[in-house]
Design a protein around this ligand. Structure first.
Ligand code: NAP
Length: 455
């Protein structure tokens, strides 16, 4: 029987092993979820909200345990793991408090005596999730899905199975009916069979572009809706009127948070010519000073990458960019220590056609790009196959907003790093995916938007 082996990326040591389930076992679980759906869809918003609020409490009560688990499995710094759990509780409370309004019937005036739109659940939703926010990504999908009356079926990333089981246990502890939230520890090759199961009504995937293409094409063949949250190569435009001290602090945090492995991390810094050299010098100084180390150490600024194979792939991308003419300003060498560490790295003078400009660098590597003026900066930022997040840093909010409106991305922030916030929709355009999570837009992705007409 195959199993999932979990390696601590900070030490390279095996920390756990979970037996993978077979397709038949997965189908049995889906059958239980189908039965659970008949019960769950009948519950009122108030009944669902009561359980979701309890889930928030359980997450908060066990914050330290869950945070330590996430850090052990994927190397996030312990300080950021704790914040991740707190954010999960926030999402629970947001949907517990607001779903009644977000999914309230919408009266539409027509010639009918009564006509309105109502939002009904559609059934079992399969979620294929990544390891980079092992608790948050799951909660971001599962909580609105459940509040809408759907059922959550999870296929989590193999390297964070401990987190997946911890979440399943939390839902059970809270008192959700059996089968309402189910973790399938399966090989990703079985995802196709699960999507094809007639009980699965829709699929949401957060992960890489290849995984998104594969899952969406199978779902499409089976006429099942998908939401895709894929990669990004977010551009942050740095204008010539910024406070350089503040903006370089932001840039350092934006590139190194979550050990450089955030879909909406600041990846490409598009800097106006006038301040380019000054920005690069101070940014380099701060990236160099950021402490790489044990993720359990509270003083650590960034820890290891989640897996050695991902670290090695990133290093190949760095070497390729240099071979294409990119300038290595900092880092770029695999350190001589155990674990999947990679140092804070800066590649400067990048241009379209170079690996570090065109593709996502999913680790602590920053791409710095020179722009002549505001219009050129927008052109460079939009010269990407991705469109997830983006930002503008400026001393002039009007100038910033004008640029933000021109950026081809699902999220454009002025003077702040992009964050996902339950009150606002989150998602991408172009190869970063489609559909939205969070807010009203997210909860309405997986519902039957149903018209009622009474003549
Ligand atoms: P990944 O390799 O695509 O894995 C994501 C999930 O998909 C895992 O559960 C994985 O299972 C599964 N999977 C992989 N290939 C599959 C296939 N062909 N068919 C079905 N399932 C498949 O991505 P990752 O390395 O975990 O995450 C990094 C990527 O996710 C980055 O590109 C990042 O930008 C993106 N991301 C996007 C967002 C967003 O909100 N837009 C958020 C976080 C991350 P196994 O682990 O078993 O292989």
């Amino acid at each position: 029987m195959a199993s999932t082996i979990i390696i601590n990326p900070a030490t390279g040591e095996k920390i756990a092993e979970y037996k993978r389930i077979t397709l038949n076992e997965a189908k049995e679980k889906i059958d239980q979820s189908r039965i659970a759906y008949n019960v769950w869809k009948q519950k009122t918003f108030q009944e669902r909200a009561k359980l979701i609020s309890k889930l928030a409490t359980i997450l908060e009560e066990n914050k330290e345990e869950y945070a330590q688990l996430a850090t052990r499995e994927m190397g996030k710094t312990i300080v950021q793991s704790r914040k991740e759990i707190e954010k999960c509780a926030w999402i629970c409370r947001y949907y517990a408090d607001n779903t009644k309004d977000l999914l309230a019937n919408e009266i539409v005036k027509t010639e009918a005596s009564k006509s309105y739109v109502t939002f009904q659940p559609i059934g079992l939703i399969l979620a294929v999730m990544p390891w980079n926010f092992p608790f948050f990504q799951v909660i971001r999908f599962a909580v609105p899905a459940l509040m809408a009356g759907n059922i959550a079926v999870l296929k989590h990333a193999s390297n964070v199975q401990g987190c997946a089981f911890a979440l399943e246990e939390a839902f059970t502890k809270v008192g959700f009916p059996s089968g309402t939230f189910t973790n399938l520890n399966i090989d990703s090759k079985l995802v196709k069979d699960i999507i094809e199961d007639k009980n699965i009504r829709a699929v949401t995937l957060t992960g890489s572009e290849p995984a998104g293409r594969s899952v969406a094409s199978i779902a499409g063949q089976n006429l099942k809706k998908t939401v895709l949250e894929l990669g990004g190569s977010d551009a942050y435009i740095i204008l010539d009127d910024v406070n350089m001290e503040e903006v370089t602090n932001m840039a350092t945090f934006g590139r190194l948070q979550n050990n450089g492995q955030t879909c909406i991390a600041a990846k490409r810094f598009v800097v106006l010519d006038k301040i380019y050299d000054e920005f690069l010098a101070l940014f380099t100084k701060k990236m160099k000073a950021a402490k790489m180390g044990e993720p359990t150490d509270e003083e650590t600024y960034y820890g290891p990458m989640a897996r050695k194979d991902l670290r090695d792939e990133l290093h190949e991308q760095v070497l390729k960019t240099i071979a294409q003419g990119g300038k290595l300003v900092l880092g770029g060498e695999i350190p001589n220590r155990k674990g999947a560490y990679y140092p804070a790295t800066i590649l400067a003078d990048l241009m379209p056609g170079m690996e570090g400009f065109d593709n996502e660098l999913f680790g602590p590597v920053a791409s710095v790009i020179r722009a002549k003026d505001d219009a050129h900066a927008v052109e460079l930022a939009n010269n990407s196959m991705f469109g997830l997040g983006s930002g503008v840093f400026t001393g002039n909010k009007v100038r910033g907003e004008k640029i933000a409106l021109q950026l081809e991305a699902g999220n454009s922030f002025v003077n702040k790093l992009v964050v996902s916030d339950p009150r606002l929709p989150f998602g991408g355009v172009k190869n970063s995916g489609y559909g939205r999570e969070l807010a009203a837009y997210g909860i309405r992705e997986f519902v039957n938007i149903k018209t009622i007409w009474i003549d």
